[in-house]
Design a protein around this ligand. Structure first.
Ligand code: EPU
Length: 443
């Protein structure tokens, strides 16, 4: 089915837009509701397809979900959590990585959990070994079945000491969502401390959990017997905010992003400033613009928080094609998140990929055969092309490239972008973009 955007590029994006709750917090806060014995209220929820996917999964497990008249408000009633039919859960396979996070809460509520094969973006292997290892450490028994994984906890779930091999966001969330109701104390070392994780901890604390975040990536959780509901306004989406900032820079535009917050975006703002982007922060949001000067190349490494996050990398690379000199980007979070640059090269960008760790310290992909470093030579004018969205963030970066390029581009597969960018075509309208949508719109 046709599902594309035809973009007439070359004009600056100028105007105001708003970002709401972060996709990567909202989906987890929704899962946390499974642990509650009372109703939960989540505010600032964006209209993205990932929210629909998680809603569908929770509804299968008996959570009643309503949206109210208030924009972005979701009411979740988990008082009748029940086992879902395997075939129904399986129908959700391949659409999201969130199902694995249901394991701990379902084990607490029902004594068993079933998890289908996992999807998500194709940006590397994205295994779930850390998740399964920590669940086993809590006492879960994991059985592989042809249709997925079945988990039980014959002796309950018990607090434990966990050392993650890597500060994985998902594995840290898995520990939090399991430890809060486990018997005794859990000590997690080498935890991820992304702002979305701290916001999830805030949600859990509102529910009655006892969690302390200590120095050096240590999180300590004292299990409790009961968790109540919560009322929470989700942290704004810093990935979306950074994506629009990159669009402002690459199109020589000027975008005010209402809702963007400085604290969570500090690593991005430093990089944006170093390459010559201008920004101005007020209480409501951040204005990002191209000040008209030559943009400077830079050497950059993606990393877990407080580093420069991997999800900003793809939109930023498009802006880097417009900087003067050689930029180096070393992707250290995912082994395969630079493949999207091939299409940019077809549009006129000069980008070489390397297997070596370039420009920074060696990472865990250094000795493996992954092309995870990029050298971008600029500035290069971009020209319109026919391109197909490879994944969520890569998709948005193609949109930026098409908007920055001279001439017409056709961007296929835009439904993937709706997974994480709320009403992006309305936002393109607000910014004066010239484009038309082809095929059915998936909101
Ligand atoms: N990893 C393993 N085994 C595991 C889990 C992770 O090897 O069991 C590896 C991954 O393959 C990857 C690294 O650890 O190389 C980091 O993965 P992490 O677990 O931190 O990522 P995630 O929880 O699966 C979330 C976001 C991603 C974001 C990353 C990093 C959600 C739903 N997804 O994924 O967001 O890139 O953290 O910040 O929260 C996106 O929004 O487009 C997106 C991909």
């Amino acid at each position: 089915m046709a599902n594309f955007l035809r973009v007439d590029g070359g004009a600056p994006l100028v105007g105001d837009i708003e970002v709401r709750g972060a996709k990567n917090l909202v989906s987890k806060a929704m899962v946390a509701a499974l642990l509650a014995e009372d109703r939960c209220r989540l505010r600032g929820v964006p209209e993205i397809s990932d929210v629909k996917i998680v809603s569908g999964l929770l509804e299968l497990h008996g959570v009643k979900i309503d949206s109210t008249d208030r924009d972005g408000e979701l009411l979740l009633d988990p008082t009748n959590v029940e086992q879902a039919h395997v075939a129904d859960i399986d129908a959700h396979a391949g659409t999201s990585r969130v199902p694995v996070l249901l394991c701990g809460p379902l084990l607490h509520r029902l004594g068993e959990a079933f998890i289908p094969d996992l999807g998500g973006c194709r940006i590397g292997d994205r295994p779930i070994n850390y998740h399964l290892d920590v669940l086993r450490q809590f006492g879960a028994d994991v059985q592989k079945r042809p249709e997925g994984l079945r988990l039980t906890a014959p002796n309950g779930l018990n607090g434990t000491r966990i050392q993650l091999p890597y500060p994985s966001v998902g594995a840290t969330e898995q520990v939090l969502l399991t430890a809060v109701r486990a018997n005794g104390v859990t000590e997690l070392r080498n935890a991820a401390v992304e702002p979305e994780i701290l916001d999830l901890i805030a949600v859990l604390q509102k529910m009655g959990a006892i969690i302390s975040v200590e120095t050096d990536r240590v999180i300590r959780i004292e299990g409790v017997d009961r968790l109540g509901g919560y009322d929470h306004l989700a942290i704004p989406d810093r990935i979306e905010a950074g994506s629009w900032a990159c669009a402002a820079l690459a199109t020589k535009g000027d975008i005010y992003v209402r809702g963007a917050q400085q604290q969570a975006m500090m690593p991005f703002l430093n990089v944006f400033r170093k390459i010559g982007g201008a920004f101005d922060i007020d209480d409501e949001g951040i204005r990002f613009w191209h000040a008209g000067d030559t943009l400077q190349s830079l050497v950059l490494e993606t990393d877990v928080h407080p580093g420069f996050m991997t999800d900003w990398q793809q939109p930023l690379v498009v802006a880097l094609t417009q900087t003067t000199g050689l930029s180096i980007v070393h992707e250290t979070v995912y082994e395969n998140r630079l493949g999207f640059t091939e299409a940019l090269a077809e549009m006129g960008a000069v980008i070489q990929l390397y297997r070596e760790c370039l420009g920074g310290s060696p990472c865990r992909f250094g000795r493996a055969n992954f092309r995870h470093s990029a050298v971008i030579s600029g500035p290069t004018p971009l020209r319109g092309a026919e391109i197909t969205v490879p994944d969520l963030r890569g998709g948005f970066s193609y949109l930026i490239a098409a908007l920055a390029a001279e001439g017409q581009s056709t961007v296929h597969g835009i439904d993937l972008i709706y997974r994480g960018y709320e009403r992006f075509s309305d936002k393109l309208d607000a910014l004066g973009a010239h484009y038309e949508v082809g095929g059915p719109k998936v909101a």
